[in-house]
Design a protein around this ligand. Structure first.
Ligand code: GLC
Ligand code: CA
Length: 545
């Protein structure tokens, strides 16, 4: 396993509850991940990130941890976790685990103790307990999941929870909290994990005195503005300490920040060379489907990391966001754009994340019945926001009807149409999303390690008008070009070389009649090729420019 593996890694996110169920109880588990390591190795990813599998009452899908060193019996046990790490390594896959340091579960022994110990106790000082103000909460902070960020306990004090009341925020000014997490890091590093995805990495330090935010609608998942509880300078001191721990282990163990910050520049601060290695690029998720929108976010992302010796990351979906097939318009259009987005994303310099099921082209499930919804967002928003269950529906692996080889009856119902999306149905289909991902991930390994340079695509519509504003083209190295047509029209381009991989069948990238050799030769004069609407392609050779 080479040096600096993380700089270009393709990292696959396993949402454990929904990946594969090995014991038939309808809930994905670590045994299920072990069973499917072959799928991941075959897909061509370099690493797996496992969402929390620790002991938890599951108030927020396991992001409410009651014991950081224990595997929840729903998911397996410690021996199973160790076997998973070992078997993944045998297949050349690295393993990242989720670390949830901003808050514990309200059933964590520390919080139970804090409730019993009462105001002013050392046990309460591990969290943020305060007296109220004018009969209400201590300040105006809001929970990301809706409602106030404070809950009152029996003796009258209030405690802070930026998320669900079952997720009390830890007080990171308390050295005991820091020492505990240093130890938790070592616990998992000693078990061979290759690093951590750090949950709410921008949240641990709160502004001194917990001042009012002074506004409403403060934060939602992924997006944020300047707030007294997010992106405070003090968080960076924590990462500098963690980096020393990571670096003290053999191999390259990494930290990845889940940080919602207002700009790419603020994000780059989390990946300075003595802090974490990567940060999820949520600005990329927010790009609207247009050449200008993507170019802007790509430029801003690359510029921001250019000063910090860290790669950018590229993320299209995760367990908190509507799946991108649906975001990009759903149906055939959404699928087609998702195929193009996959090729664009995998051609960019840096590290790429793949959320389980995107390699199958899964759409968001938007019609889950109310009674199956589990995301706390649904209740906390007063049933106005249906929450994130729609991107967490268990994967379809095989067969013609639910649970599609997932295991027992899936904990969220899978749509009957998913028979067409199973890994089995797609494996040998040259036109499937799975085949596209496998081919792209393999070819991606040999892409030049250089940065990108934008090219003038020289795009025209069939009627001859310029269409460069609808098309992106960039080169990497001397011999690789990626083109993306964001428009809903076919356009013609000067042939960028030989087609290596298209998001649509090769037959749709046709030579323009009368421009001999287009698409196959080098840059012959006037050779033009037609690229279909909402498509991307990889070419060997360069567009003029
Ligand atoms: C992160 C997780 C999300 C969770 C929240 C609170 O944003 O990705 O799923 O609800 O943190 O832990
Ligand atoms: Ca199970």
């Amino acid at each position: 396993m080479g040096n600096d593996w993380w700089r270009t890694a393709a990292i696959y996110q396993v949402y454990v509850r929904s990946f594969a169920d090995s014991n038939g109880d309808g809930i994905g588990d670590l045994g299920g991940v072990r069973d499917k390591l072959g799928h991941l190795a075959d897909l061509g990813v370099d690493a797996v990130w496992l969402t929390p599998f620790y002991a938890s009452p599951m108030a927020d899908g396991g992001y409410d941890v009651a014991d950081y060193r224990t595997v929840d019996p729903l998911f397996g046990d410690l021996t199973e976790a160790e076997a998973l790490v070992r078997e993944a390594h045998e297949r050349g896959l690295r393993v990242l685990v989720d670390l949830v340091p901003n808050h514990t579960s309200s059933r964590h022994e520390w919080f139970v103790e804090a409730l019993e110990a009462g105001p002013g106790s050392a046990a309460r000082a591990r969290y943020h307990f305060r007296d109220g103000r004018d009969g209400g909460p201590p300040n105006d902070w809001e929970s990301v999941f809706g409602g106030p960020a404070w809950t009152q306990v029996a003796d009258g004090q209030w405690y802070l929870h930026l998320f669900d009341p079952a997720q009390p925020d830890l007080n990171w000014d308390n050295p005991e909290v820091r020492a505990e997490f240093d130890d938790i890091l070592r616990f998992w590093l000693d078990r061979g994990v290759d690093g951590f995805r750090v949950d709410v990495a921008h949240g641990m330090i709160k502004a001194h005195g917990l001042p009012d935010a002074g506004c409403t609608d403060q934060a939602s998942l992924l997006t944020t503005r300047e707030l007294p509880y997010f992106d405070q300078d003090g968080v960076h001191e924590i990462y500098r300490a963690w980096r020393k721990i990571l670096d003290s282990y053999p191999g390259e163990r990494i930290g990845v920040a889940e940080a919602w910050v207002p700009s790419a520049d603020r994000l780059a601060r989390y990946v300075r060379s003595d802090e974490l290695h990567q940060a999820f690029n949520f600005h990329y998720v927010e790009a609207t489907w247009s050449a200008a929108g993507f170019r802007e976010v790509i430029d801003a992302s690359l510029a921001a990391v250019s000063g910090v010796d860290a790669p950018s990351t590229w993320v299209l979906s995760n367990h908190d966001i509507q799946r991108h097939v649906t975001r990009y318009g759903g149906g055939e259009l959404g699928l087609r754009r998702a195929r193009a987005a996959a090729l664009l994303t995998m051609a960019l310099p840096g590290s790429v994340y793949v959320y389980q099921g995107e390699e199958l082209g899964l759409p968001e499930v938007t019609d889950l019945p109310d009674e199956v919804l589990t995301d706390p967002v649904w209740e906390r928003s007063g049933h106005t926001d249906r929450g994130r269950d729609g991107c967490r529906v268990p994967l379809p692996w095989s067969g013609g009807e639910p649970p599609f080889g997932f295991g027992g009856p899936a904990w969220l119902p899978q749509p009957a149409e998913w028979a067409a999306y199973t890994a089995e149905a797609q494996r040998d289909d040259p036109g499937s999303m799975l085949t596209l991902y496998r081919r792209a991930l393999r070819l991606r390994r040999d892409l030049p390690r250089t940065g990108l340079r934008w090219l003038e695509p020289g795009a025209r519509t069939p009627s001859g008008t310029d269409a460069d504003e609808q098309v992106l083209a960039f080169g990497r190295g001397a011999d690789f070009t990626c083109t993306v047509n964001f428009s809903s029209e076919p356009v013609t381009l000067p042939a960028p070389g030989r087609l290596i991989l298209g998001s649509l069948p090769e037959s749709e990238f046709t030579a323009v009649p009368g421009t001999a050799g287009a698409g196959h030769g080098t840059h012959g004069d006037g050779e033009r090729v037609t690229v279909p609407p909402n498509s991307a392609a990889w070419w060997s050779g360069d567009v003029h420019g």
